[in-house]
Design a protein around this ligand. Structure first.
Ligand code: SME
Length: 160
């Protein structure tokens, strides 16, 4: 399954183009999801990037919601029931479970990949492994454009 995404990203370093195709590919290939997309770190704020699904909140401060918490900790968060996650930000009221995976470009946190499902406890351990691999593939494809694009944005976020 990942080889399809690898081919889609091959030879393209642009972070927006790759995020658009990755979100579209996830939405097509992962069953039972209602949102798949990217938030990019600008300073201390996550700003929505390419996605598939309902319109979403544009800005999320670091440390807020599932996305901001995953970014602040720089670790994957799987939420089996979003109603039980204190501070969850509801962009689509249909969402019941969620996974957020931070990604690093050129050694710096550059954003998160966020996927929502209308099904409770949708994301299993194998799903987590797959989605982390997707985020890593995305970041790897973008790495060669890092100084001009995502990397420079991300560098503003991290205190030296
Ligand atoms: N639920 C997220 C907000 C983003 S939307 O799900 C697209 C959160 O709590 O950070």
């Amino acid at each position: 399954m990942l080889s399809e995404l690898r081919s889609l990203l091959a030879g393209e370093p642009d972070p927006i183009a790759n995020a658009a195709n990755t979100a579209a590919w996830l939405f097509l290939r992962l069953p039972r999801i209602n949102w798949a997309g990217f938030y990019f770190l600008h300073g201390q704020t996550l700003v929505v990037g390419p996605f598939q699904g309902q319109p979403a909140c544009t800005r999320i401060p670091l440390g807020r919601g599932v996305c901001g918490t995953a970014a602040a900790r720089n670790e994957t968060i799987v939420v089996p029931d979003v109603h039980l996650f204190e501070g969850h930000i509801a962009c689509d009221s249909a969402s019941r479970s969620e996974i957020v995976v931070p990604f690093t470009i050129a050694g710096r946190l550059a954003g998160v990949l966020d996927i929502d499902s209308p099904e409770l406890d949708r994301f299993s351990q194998p799903d987590r492994v797959l989605i982390e691999a997707v985020a890593a593939l995305y970041a790897e494809a973008c790495a060669s454009s890092a100084p001009a694009d995502a990397g420079s944005r991300a560098s503003q976020a991290s205190p030296a």
